[in-house]
Design a binder for this molecule. Structure first.
Ligand SMILES: [Zn+2]
Ligand SMILES: [Zn+2]
Length: 243
């Protein structure tokens, strides 16, 4: 049974009385139902890079010309208002209670749900030691934990599949091509995970994809390690600068 308590929406700031499920000490969503509907309207997205496309267009022009190295990709929301502020609070300001609602946003998207359920196994993108020590919190690992609690009988997760060797510079400051160069050689498959990767159809999970450079670099090492295919799922995708 849910509790019914007054709750202030983190998006519209209206007070409303919604069922609040308590799971492992975490409150369900930090936003109201109408805001979730308004800001997650089904958007047509490219089936590979998950940038928005015109309705009816499956694959964007960039992916048609030069597709990414993963097979299918999906994002729950744009990394834009209101989600960018909430994700920032989750990742950088210790607002970890938001993770439950973010995971719910992900698997309530039918494309994401299908990719997650149909995979042989899940792999999370690792964070750098620098980011982890700064935040003390691994947001992608938390999202995966939340997704595993919320989905019944999820495929197995290959834990510690990847190591992160570190990059020369923080990705934030770099442009598209510089990001890709900065990440080349940044990831490695851990020897203990090779048997679980070989011949498997994997779904790679991350919190935010800005340019796709991280997903490309990780997909590359998974395919080199013998994965049969890699699909990608992210909570949020940064829109193109021109919208
Ligand atoms: Zn609201
Ligand atoms: Zn695309």
């Amino acid at each position: 049974m849910p509790l019914h308590i007054p709750n202030q929406c983190r998006i519209c700031e209206q007070w409303h009385c919604t069922p609040v499920w308590l799971r492992r000490g975490r409150v369900d969503r930090a936003w109201c139902g109408p805001c979730e509907v308004a800001f997650t309207r089904a958007a047509a997205r490219c089936i590979q890079c998950s940038l928005r496309t015109a309705p009816g267009i499956q694959r964007c022009a960039a992916c048609s010309q030069s597709p990414p190295n993963w097979s299918l990709g999906a994002a729950a929301v744009d990394y834009a208002f209101p989600w960018s502020g909430l994700i920032n609070a989750y990742k950088s300001q210790g607002d970890v209670g938001l993770g439950y609602g973010f995971a719910a946003l992900m698997h309530s998207n039918p494309i994401i749900s299908r990719l997650l359920r149909n995979a042989d196994a899940w792999v999370g993108v690792p964070v750098s030691d620098r980011a982890l020590s700064g935040r003390g919190f691994h947001q992608t690992a938390d999202l995966i934990t939340q997704l595993r609690h919320q989905l019944s009988l999820p495929p197995p997760e290959i834990r510690h599949a990847l190591g992160r060797l570190g990059t020369n510079k923080a990705q934030k400051a770099l442009g598209l091509h510089a990001r890709a160069d900065n990440l080349s050689g940044a990831f490695m498959v851990n020897a203990s995970a090779i048997d679980g990767i070989k011949g498997r159809h994997l779904v790679l999970i991350d919190d935010v994809s800005t340019t796709g450079a991280t997903l490309t670099a990780v997909t590359d090492v998974l395919l080199r390690a013998g994965a049969a295919s890699v699909n990608t799922v992210v909570l949020a995708r940064t829109p193109k600068p021109d919208g």
